[in-house]
Design a protein around this ligand. Structure first.
Ligand SMILES: C[S@@+](CC[C@H](N)C(=O)[O-])C[C@H]1O[C@@H](n2cnc3c(N)ncnc32)[C@H](O)[C@@H]1O
Length: 270
């Protein structure tokens, strides 16, 4: 596998950020779940698989629509937490590249903010296609480009000015690859799906100062957190200062409302 070290780095990382992921990103990523479930055509009786489920919020939202749901994530601690939150869902510890399900056992496969973390997204889409019935739907979300998902943009801009982007992390697939709707459509089509499309969905990060997107990225994830932790103390202080200045444009009544749109891609198994 091309990104073997990255795969191990991500797997270890996600074991250690369960609560902070939920604290910083739980209420943000659920904002695109209604659109994701619509794209998957989830309704009463649909059987859905939530891949890279994290706390399991997508599967839980599917059940609220009358669907049945199974969910997988490769992080044992994420799954333990998800089971506590949603005891009604069938959770399993599994990688997106090796799904522990028979062929054609689902009507829909959803991946909410997972594909950008996969070392082999094409392999994961192949697996999604295998477990889907004919006519079944696949859909995934990924962050929009940092110019649009400005919580990322302001932190990355500040790193470029005061710190460094090359800090010796394992080589990885590009974080913003699936921010490009055309790339999403291309990858889905190449994986054998039909009717692929990709559209942007609005999301807003609600934060209360003194917290800024820097805190979310530093504590709530893996790759960006490692990039930030690798900066020198002086660089990090300057990065923090720049981000504090940049967020002023998004302050409303003591709250920060930071645009964090995503790209929602979907397709059908022919
Ligand atoms: C950004 S979180 C998304 C969680 C949830 N789907 C959501 O939308 O809030 C990414 C999740 O993907 C999981 N993950 C990353 N790579 C994976 C892989 N190759 N196979 C299965 N799960 C993976 C992580 O453990 C983490 O829970």
């Amino acid at each position: 596998m091309q990104f073997e070290d990255f795969a191990a780095f991500e797997k270890d990382g996600w074991e250690h950020v369960v609560q902070s992921y939920e604290d910083y990103f739980g209420r943000l990523t659920v904002q695109s779940h209604p659109a994701l479930l619509d794209a998957l055509q989830i309704g009463p009786g649909t059987r859905m698989l939530d891949v890279a489920a994290g706390p399991g919020n997508l599967a839980a939202a599917a059940i609220e629509r009358g669907a049945t749901a199974a969910a997988v994530d490769f992080s044992a601690s994420m799954i333990a937490h998800a089971r506590q939150l949603h005891p009604e869902i069938e959770f399993q510890i599994a990688g997106a590249e090796h799904l522990p399900f028979d062929a054609e056992s689902f009507d829909a496969v959803g991946v909410s903010f997972g594909v950008l973390h996969f070392p082999e997204p094409e392999r994961a889409l192949e697996e999604a296609a295998r477990v889907l019935r004919r006519g079944g739907r696949v859909a995934f979300t990924a962050w929009a480009a940092p110019e649009r998902a400005v919580g990322f943009g302001m932190v990355l801009d500040a790193i470029q000015v005061h710190g460094k982007l090359d800090v010796g992390l394992p080589p990885s697939p590009p974080f913003f690859r699936f921010s490009d709707p055309e790339e999403c459509v291309r990858v889905l089509t190449e994986a054998g799906f039909s009717d692929a499309r990709a559209d942007e969905v609005e999301q807003t990060w609600h934060l209360v100062l003194p917290e800024t997107p820097l805190d979310g990225l530093m504590h709530g994830g893996v790759r960006m957190a490692a990039l930030l932790r690798a900066q020198s103390k002086a660089a990090l202080a300057s990065i923090e200062q720049d981000v504090r200045t940049a967020v002023k444009a998004y302050s409303q009544h003591g709250e920060l409302l930071v645009p964090m749109p995503c790209v929602l891609a979907s397709a059908t198994k022919p």
